[in-house]
Design a protein around this ligand. Structure first.
Ligand code: PEP
Ligand code: MG
Length: 574
């Protein structure tokens, strides 16, 4: 039977292929009863997974990374102990035999029991060990399903399937980069959640916020994903399939044509040069940056270096990564944001679970609360600054006090390098992100104290409208064209331009064609976006006449009726 599901469009394009259901939360396991003759086999399956997990943990001991933290061995030992706990092995085995349930379910039930016991401890340290129990069980489940270490399926070489997941973390998704999914669908998530941002970076059609896709779609159902419209057609009829196959080839042709603009100068019809920079998550994104002719890197989300690993990267490892990017860009600007961990990007072993993580210890707040981590990163960044045109960008600053604290900290790190006789660029530029309304409204302090600004519209919209960007239930209220957002943008861009302080937008708005002219009209001259969006935005820049759009932009700023705003945007883009 053919049917259609609607979600939030994240990444343009059309994908056609068979569904491949995955569960990131490997703990969302199914429960089924086995025929008696399968019980023995199921116990053997559990035992094999336990043995494989034991082997994997033991080999982590043997191949300990050089930079492993002092607690590394103790951490592995603890996981080995949990693995041998009788809840995990004996009790799960007995449950399979007694209840004829599948091994995954037995493990999950035993894990819940053990977690409950840990939760009842008074001692905070012991209470926190429940996270280790969950991690161990996740490991076992992954090896049981033949999944790779990150819990997502290995690539199928024959066809390009479409991933259908309830939710995927940005950390898991980023590991898929070299792999080949034709498209990505998730039940949860908002269009500017970090998961969506990473999906966009993969340059695959993606729809999120589908609510029930994982229940409605079955493995190998034929799917059409229309990433621009946020529509998924399940088991389409022949005519629909033919129409979309044609549209797919047309889009591919358009994409090929855009490639011709790679070396063209991004200049408006009236002769104003516009800087188009790229956002990256890892040094491995560099080829995409060059392929799409970016003039620099406007945002390197350095926190991705900290994800998907048991220990944090040390100074040397970070230095090498920053140096690689700086050298790869051959003198063009490389803006590296200090790590924005917390909220939906938690490193392994993160102990804090805030009741409201987006408002919690995130980004610069975490850096200032963990000075050792911050110092390590700053030393690495400053050391790398002699190898190219590195600028340092600080996320989530709220006002003067944090700016002062941060700048003092950076000065102290510079002094420590002086003492050690290590060279760095003494004139390295320090910028601040404007992503909290308080920052936008304290603009003068930012202008006075910092060398450049970068507007993070994803968070600025989230915090201005009080809409969790990761929550699909309120995603329809996430509105970049809300008058409050537009006026904050106009205030920041106009104020920075007046003071001659460079300002860019590095949130998702910068890569959305629908907003290119609006941002140009507000005075923006530097955009940073995922490399895949760059050439289309360049094409829009090339066909824009700034004096012509200025009046309409001013009218947009004065409008308050959503219908009127949309009408004006259409005229701007017409
Ligand atoms: C933003 O908030 O717009 C931004 C660029 O930062 P991130 O999306 O990583 O929070
Ligand atoms: Mg942000």
């Amino acid at each position: 039977m053919s049917f259609t599901i609607h979600g939030l469009p994240v990444s343009n394009g059309i994908a056609i292929g068979p569904a491949h259901l995955v569960s990131h939360a490997s703990l969302e396991v199914s429960h089924y009863i086995l025929p008696q003759e399968k019980v023995k086999e199921e116990v053997a399956r559990l035992d094999a997974a336990l043995e494989k997990t034991r082997h994997d943990l033991a080999s982590l001991h043997e191949h300990k990374p050089q930079y492993a933290a002092a607690e590394f061995d103790a951490f592995i030992d603890l996981h080995l102990m949990i693995l041998q706990d009788e809840h995990i092995s004996h009790a799960a085995r007995n449950m399979i035999k007694g209840e004829r349930c599948n091994a995954e379910w037995a493990l999950k039930v035993q894990m819940d029991d053990l977690v409950q016991q840990f939760e009842s401890f008074d001692d905070a340290y012991l209470r926190e060990r429940k996270t280790d129990v969950i991690q161990v069980v996740e490991r076992i489940l992954k090896s049981m399903n033949g999944h790779s270490a990150h819990g997502l399926p290995e690539v199928r070489q024959d066809v390009q399937p479409i991933m259908v997941a309830h939710d995927v973390s940005p950390a898991d998704l980023i590991q898929l980069k070299p792999q080949q999914f034709a498209g990505i669908l998730t039940d949860l998530g908002g269009a500017t959640s970090h998961t969506s941002i990473v999906a966009r970076g993969l340059n695959k059609p993606c729809v999120v916020g589908l609510h029930h896709a994982r229940e409605l779609i079955k493995d190998n159902d034929m799917l059409i994903v229309d990433g621009a419209q946020g529509v998924v057609i399940v088991n389409p009829d022949k005519q629909i399939l033919a129409d979309y196959t044609l549209r797919h080839s047309e889009l591919e042709l358009e994409r090929q044509k855009l490639k011709r603009l790679k070396t063209a100068r991004a200049r408006t019809l009236d002769g104003t040069d516009i800087a188009l920079h790229a956002n990256i998550e890892l040094p491995t994104d560099l080829p995409d940056v060059t392929e799409n002719g970016a003039g620099g890197i406007g945002l390197f989300r350095s926190e991705f270096l900290f994800l998907n690993r048991e220990t944090l990267p040390d100074e040397e490892e970070q230095y090498l990564a920053y140096r690689e990017v700086a050298e790869g860009m051959e003198g063009r600007p490389v803006t590296i944001r200090t790590f924005d961990l917390g909220a939906d990007k938690q490193p392994a072993g993160a102990k804090r679970v805030a009741s409201n993580p987006a408002l919690g210890l995130r980004a610069i707040r975490l850096c200032l609360a963990e000075p050792q981590l911050f110092k390590t990163q700053l030393r690495a960044l400053l050391r790398a600054s002699v190898h190219g045109n590195i600028k340092i960008l600080i996320p989530m600053l709220s006002g003067t006090a944090e700016i002062n604290q941060t700048l003092n900290f950076i000065n102290a790190v510079k002094m420590s390098l002086d003492v050690d006789g290590i060279p760095y660029n003494t004139d390295v530029k320090i910028g601040g992100m404007i992503e909290i309304p308080a920052a936008a409204l304290s603009l003068q302090a930012f202008i006075k104290k910092l060398d450049f600004l970068s507007i993070g519209t994803n968070d600025l919209i989230q915090y201005t409208l009080a809409i969790d960007r990761t929550d699909d239930e309120v995603a329809h209220l996430y509105d970049p064209l809300h008058p409050a957002v537009l006026n904050l943008l106009a205030h920041v861009i106009g104020g920075a331009n007046k003071a001659n302080v460079p300002v860019s937008v590095c949130g998702e708005m910068a890569g959305e064609l629908a907003y290119t002219r609006l941002l140009l009209g507000l005075g923006l001259r530097q955009f940073s976006m995922h490399p895949a969006q760059l050439l289309a935005v360049k094409q829009r820049v090339l066909t824009t006449n700034l004096p012509e759009i200025s009046m309409l932009t001013q009218r947009l700023l004065r409008a308050s009726d959503p219908m009127k705003i949309r009408e004006l945007i259409d005229r701007l883009n017409g």
